[in-house]
Design a protein around this ligand. Sequence first.
Ligand SMILES: Cc1cc2nc3c(=O)[nH]c(=O)nc-3n(C[C@H](O)[C@H](O)[C@H](O)COP(=O)(O)O)c2cc1C
Length: 183
Amino acid sequence: MTVIAFVGSPRKAGNTDRLVEEILAGAAEAGHQTEKVYLSDYALTPIDAVYGDEMDWTDPRQGVADELIDKMVAADVVVLGAPVYWFSISGLLKLFIDRWSLYRRGEQRLMDLMAGKRLVVALAMADPHPGYVEMVLGPLRQAAKWLKMDWAGQVVASGISDPGDIENYPQVLADACELGQSL
Ligand SMILES: Cc1cc2nc3c(=O)[nH]c(=O)nc-3n(C[C@H](O)[C@H](O)[C@H](O)COP(=O)(O)O)c2cc1C
């Protein structure tokens, strides 16, 4: 099985990156092929308002996202990692997700291609007592449903701010590894 992870933090070697790394380490232990992609390495741009027949399938800026979505379509499991920014996922990850709307392979749209694949989410956040984690996860759960993907679990690291803070929470890292092993 192949597991692809997208890191939606602009901070390489930050807490999100570390969480994702641990999920992938667990998945590799379980014998899966893994790959990690930093969204910050790609020039993702906001999608235009596109609906139904008005979809601009020739938007040249879509190519950047399509390159990444191709990888997602080829994988069995998708891991989305995001720092929580302003009570939501990072804008970087959202730029990527918005671009899912314009993905097409022949006549097939993303929802025709993702059904049955699994989604894992990793969140890193500073708030030590966040009462709003489900609110952050909600749109991702809904996106998984829309794409007919199965929700394979989430790991949330709270109370962490600077890179390396996550090392103070070995249980969260162990949970991330276990989640990867379970895939
Ligand atoms: C622009 C910005 C907004 C943030 N908003 C929140 C927030 O709403 N809730 C929270 O708990 N942490 C918030 N944080 C803190 C980050 O989620 C936290 O530092 C996290 O560890 C960053 O992950 P990273 O190390 O992968 O970059 C914010 C950080 C930034 C830079």
